[in-house]
Ligand binder design. Structure first.
Ligand SMILES: Cc1ncc(COP(=O)(O)O)c(C=O)c1O
Length: 446
């Protein structure tokens, strides 16, 4: 259920961005560091369900969810009420000073919801990057090893270690080095661009990855293999079938922690509570953030008790990690996902989107690939049917047209040629269809 106050209809009454947004954008230039970008600078007044309302009175269809965060909808009344109730009792004590029940309840919920029936522990943090940093710390501490294996096209955050773990230079790493060491990058099972075609991509890529790890790094030196079960910023790359299970098995056989970074894919987004479940993979450690708390900043590492508890007392934490209001929001948000059937809803959204977008790809040679799982769907643009050279220019034109029509749409991809769609899981079918029609129109007008 979404905020009922926000009318669930697209309504465009000014140019996009409108005059008030443009004025604020000018003001912002003198106040906000220019390194912080905004995909679509319409300044927000309210949001709920599948709609973002701006300060000029426009209502835009939301295909972004604040980058996969508002899975349960923006300002969901249950999330707002529970977080508000908590805020009125106490705002902060620091769990490391005086603990509180909400933190323990969120840890219990994550231990229950994440894949695997083994005994687990959880630590709460503030952001996805901080969760990934902590997962690496835990893996290193528990294994006594240092090397971390990551993949082409990976994105794990903007802190120093997570920049090192991230693949793409511009804009994430450029000029920000030196980076942390003992990070080893290997090829990703990217079916659309795999040299022998998609059919055997998962199997071949796994063999190559394992060979590279054993020959170049030495399995006995590897603390962790860190992977997004579906790569997010890299362009919603769903790894070739069998790749994740083969890597997880290899890790299990060699005492390596298999870390699934589910920061973007988690909390029902892909039609499962966690994307690893699509191939029955049980990670040793799992990082979560974004969709966990309906928009409040919260993140977590959840994992095998023996790994998590290998870290010395006081070795994990942070002033705000597991803030009480964020914990309250997470508990309401998790309840909403479960009671509203949002895992199933994400699956239905995915089917609806993939069907329409695959039909669109039949009509347009520049759509090289339509892919995704659940409400995490992307289209990769190329030059033509026989030329898979990335087509960032066409992507820019399509996205710009959609923005003008009032559709919040995001981009991604190492080559800057992927349009990604992440609607809130509470969006209605009518808004979903209208958003897809705008995308179709954009391609038809190219
Ligand atoms: C897979 C993945 N890991 C980590 C991060 C970093 O999360 P945050 O921006 O909360 O630090 C992101 C953010 O997009 C992500 O998609």
């Amino acid at each position: 259920m979404s905020s009922t106050e926000v009318a669930q209809a697209r309504r465009i009454v000014t140019e996009i961005p409108g005059p008030k947004s443009q004025a604020l954008q000018e003001r912002r230039k003198k106040a906000v560091a220019q390194g912080v970008g905004s995909v679509l600078p319409v300044y927000v007044q309210r949001a709920g369900g599948g709609i973002v309302e701006d300060i000029d009175g426009n209502s835009l269809i939301d295909f972004g969810s604040g980058i996969a965060v508002t899975n349960v909808g923006n300002a969901d009344p249950r999330v707002a009420e529970r977080a508000g109730e908590q805020l009125s009792r106490f705002t902060h004590t620091c769990f490391m000073v005086n603990p509180y029940e909400g933190y323990v309840e969120v840890a219990e919920a994550l231990n229950r919801l994440t894949p695997g029936g083994h005994e687990k522990r959880t630590v709460l943090l503030n952001s996805g990057a901080e969760a990934v940093e902590n997962a690496v710390k835990i893996a290193r501490s528990a294994t006594g090893r240092q090397a971390v294996v990551v993949f082409d096209h990976a994105y794990h955050g903007r802190t120093n270690l997570t920049m090192a773990l991230t693949a793409k230079n511009m804009p994430y790493k450029h000029g920000f080095g030196p980076f942390a060491g003992e990070v080893h990058r290997i090829p990703m099972a990217y079916p659309y661009r795999w040299p022998t075609g998609p059919q055997d991509c998962g199997r071949e890529a796994a063999a190559q990855a394992i060979d590279q790890i054993t020959k170049q790094v030495g399995a006995e030196n590897v603390a962790a293999v860190l992977i997004e079960p579906i790569q997010g910023e890299g362009g919603f790359i769903v790894p070739g079938e069998g790749f994740l299970p083969a890597l997880a098995d290899f890790c299990g056989d060699n005492g390596i922690a298999f870390i699934a970074d589910e920061v973007q894919t988690g909390f029902a987004r892909t039609g499962r509570m966690f994307a690893c479940e699509h191939e029955g993979v049980v990670p040793d450690l799992i990082t979560t953030a974004k969709g966990i708390a309906g928009g409040l900043p919260l993140a977590a590492v959840t994992g095998r008790a023996e790994l998590m508890d290998a870290v010395h007392g006081g070795g994990l934490g942070g002033t705000y990690g597991g803030n009480p209001a964020a914990c309250a929001a997470a508990l309401a948000s998790i309840e909403a996902i479960e009671s509203d059937g949002l895992v199933e809803r994400a699956g239905a959204i995915g089917e609806r989107m993939l069907t329409r977008l695959r039909a669109l790809a039949e009509r347009h040679d520049i759509i090289g690939d339509v892919r995704g799982r659940g409400a995490m769907v992307a289209i990769e643009l190329v030059q033509g049917a026989d030329d898979t050279t990335p087509n960032g220019e066409a992507m820019g034109r399509v996205v710009s047209y959609c923005h003008q029509q009032g559709l919040v749409l995001l981009t991604a991809g190492t080559y800057g040629n992927v349009i990604r769609m992440l609607p809130p899981l509470v969006i209605g079918d009518d808004l979903l269809d209208e958003g897809l029609s705008i995308i179709e129109e954009a391609f038809d007008r190219l």
